[in-house]
Design a protein around this ligand. Structure first.
Ligand code: PLP
Length: 380
């Protein structure tokens, strides 16, 4: 079955007991046992819940994994994953990284002897240098946040295998609608379902999708032991979001293209980052590896902090807010918002400048979004 069909049907069958087409939300925290340890598959909702099971089934199927595990947030998923690493493990990660992921890596580095190295994995030479020696995990975002660099999944998996390392991909930006890392041999996919999977800015959630059944089992044990699980209602909201994922991702892509074209070659723009533009250094890889280019466009404006402030204030359809990936357009200033926890020197060294603005293009009419950006640029 094709993806557009699967987002409607994978893990979303009519309810077996009642025929309800929309899944019921099982709020129960506990389940009756006929005799001690004789149950109907559910015992206690931290360990397992029927609404959560549907979401986990859907996400596992869409990413092509052995199954999946849902969490209360993307960082809750990451924290549980880090719990699975032995003390002294070594991670090689991309240097352009979600700020909260960086913050948690650094905490584990200081607190639990995790060795973390950040490298540019977007060019073959940098990748081959970074992926040598020994490592336990290679942690990748592609496209990266906020600079929208791509990492070649096939080549990274190959290099990681040589090091004896597993590869984890944070697939939040692309979603399985545009990119399915497990098809490239990636071992584990992570999501912040808060973003495109939920899609409506009304739920915070996360997920882990392992390729191997043994990893699923190990992480399942930790999911229950750590307990960073989502509520049944939150699971329902993400399931509901998934049903429109395919059509939304196509619409996000159309919006982002319209916005990127306004920014491209504009005199007030130093650089626009969007993998769908033929000028993007990895446009060819994006075409090969993805089924579309996504809804995020970052732009480096030729201005100072005051000019950026004026640009943000002049936008009327893009709401200034953290987060991304919902039906409404949002705008973020990474240096002072999402990436403020990364020290300025480190931030600027890899391109997160004061002039950088990240646009999450919603599914409004692309022409209105393009007009809004064009108008706001006049105030810079
Ligand atoms: C938001 C985000 C996260 C963190 O997820 P939360 O649900 O906010 O905890 C991780 N990775 C990426 C790429 C994100 O955008």
């Amino acid at each position: 079955m094709r993806f557009k069909t699967r987002v409607i049907h994978d893990g979303q069958p009519p309810d077996a007991a009642t025929g309800a087409v929309s899944p019921p939300i099982y709020l129960s925290s506990t389940f009756r046992q006929r005799a001690p340890n004789v149950n109907q598959g559910y015992v206690y909702s931290r360990s397992g819940n029927p609404t959560r099971a549907l979401l986990e089934q859907a996400l596992g199927a869409l990413e092509g994994g052995a199954g999946s595990l849902a969490f209360a947030s993307g960082l809750g998923a990451l924290a549980t994953l880090l719990e699975s690493l032995p003390t002294g493990s070594r991670i090689v990660s991309v240097d352009d990284l979600y700020g909260g992921t960086w913050r948690l890596f650094e905490h584990h580095r200081r607190q639990f002897d995790l060795r973390v190295e950040y490298a540019d994995l977007s060019t073959p030479t940098a990748r081959e240098t970074a992926l040598s020696g020994r490592a336990d995990l290679v942690y990748v975002e592609t496209p990266t946040n906020p600079l929208l660099r791509l990492v070649d999944l096939r080549a990274t998996v190959k290099a990681a295998r040589r090091m004896g390392a597993r590869v984890v991909v944070d697939n939040t930006f692309a979603t399985p609608a545009l990119q399915r890392p497990i098809e490239y041999g990636v071992d584990l996919v992570l999501h912040s379902t808060t973003k495109y999977l939920g899609g409506h800015s009304d739920v915070v959630g996360g997920a882990l999708i392992p390729r191997r059944p043994a990893d699923l089992e190990r992480l399942q044990w930790l999911q229950n032991a750590v307990g960073a699980v989502p509520s049944p209602f939150d699971c329902y909201l993400v399931l509901r979001g998934i049903r429109t994922l395919a059509v939304r991702m196509r619409a996000h892509g159309e919006s982002a293209r319209a916005v990127a074209e306004v920014l491209d070659d504009h005199p007030k723009v130093r650089r626009v980052h969007y993998p769908g533009l033929s000028a993007h250094p990895q446009h060819a890889l994006a075409r090969r590896q993805m089924d579309g280019y996504g809804g995020i466009v970052s732009v480096d404006l030729r201005t100072n902090a005051r000019g950026v402030r004026r640009f943000l204030a002049a936008l009327s359809l893009f709401t200034l807010a953290e987060s991304l990936g919902a039906v409404e357009s949002l705008v973020d200033h990474p240096a002072s918002m999402t990436h403020a926890s990364v020290p300025r020197k480190e931030r600027e060294a890899h391109g997160v400048t004061e002039g950088l603005v990240r646009l999450s293009c919603g599914i409004e009419d692309p022409a209105d979004l393009a007009d809004d950006v064009r108008r706001a640029l006049r105030s810079v």
